[in-house]
Write a protein that binds this ligand. Structure first.
Ligand code: SF4
Ligand code: SF4
Length: 233
């Protein structure tokens, strides 16, 4: 994901010295790291062991992207029946693992860089903080704020489409809703999210319980906010 910032890569590499980055550079492990970026969900015991090891060696640990934050798309399997993978992919495919979780389920995380994918501008701004050995503040406003600022028509209120914008961390500049696509909630639920109210609105606009459940398990079903409501759906 980091490599997708293309033109800004030179700038990033001039600010941060990547000492261990399996895709491009693998040096001997250092005794200590300033920052450890962990990408992807945790799916087995070896990975739990590895991230605990990295936690001990790192001053700051960053969950990089929605998979590292909540488990992401792969965590859907935790909420579906055992035969789903087989139904979709055929008989030779089985579940990825017993459970798919974000890294915060196992270790203390200093910063969550949410998004599927992470937004380039946000990444660059965040790296400026890291360069000063600081953790940026969380952006704690919903997608709706950026969406309304851009003057978009509300896809929920006007078109009755299942938009998750009101309960989802903003910071993506309302990327999807600006293209007429309802927010899928890829950045996860805000601490202040009124999830019950969102369910009621979705029901009022004709969504079935099953469709609502699928909306909530898509990216962040493992979050506390969504886990609770999923038990009721
Ligand atoms: S379209 Fe979605 S994100 Fe935009 S204002 Fe409406 S509910 Fe909020
Ligand atoms: S609008 Fe929603 S789904 Fe789209 S990038 Fe933003 S948070 Fe993710």
């Amino acid at each position: 994901m980091l490599l997708n910032v293309e033109k800004a890569l030179g700038n990033i590499f001039s600010k941060l010295d990547f000492v261990y980055f399996p895709l491009i550079k693998r040096e001997n492990e250092l005794k200590k790291y300033d920052f450890c970026f962990i990408e992807g969900a945790v799916t087995n015991k070896e990975q739990v062991k590895l991230i605990k090891h990295l936690r001990k060696k790192s001053r700051f640990v960053v969950a990089f992207g929605t998979c590292a934050t909540y488990g992401g798309i792969a965590s859907i399997q935790d909420f579906e029946n055992e035969t789903l993978a087989e139904e979709v992919y055929g008989s030779k495919i089985s579940r990825i693992s017993d459970t798919v979780q974000g890294i915060g389920n196992y270790i203390n995380v200093d910063y969550y860089m949410r998004g599927c994918p992470v937004i380039k501008d946000e990444l660059l701004k965040t790296i400026d903080f890291f360069e000063q050995m600081k953790i940026p503040p969380d952006y704690e406003l919903p997608v709706c704020v950026e969406c309304r600022k851009k003057g978009n028509r509300c896809l929920l209120a006007v078109d009755h489409l299942p938009c998750m914008g009101a309960i989802t961390y903003g910071g993506c500049d309302a990327l999807c809703t600006s293209q007429g696509i309802p927010c899928q909630g890829c950045r996860g639920p805000l601490p202040s999210a009124n999830v019950d109210a969102r369910v009621k609105v979705f029901e009022k606009f004709g969504m079935s319980k099953e469709d609502i459940r699928r909306r909530f398990i898509k990216f962040a079903g493992t979050s506390k906010k969504f886990r609770r409501i999923l038990k009721e759906l």
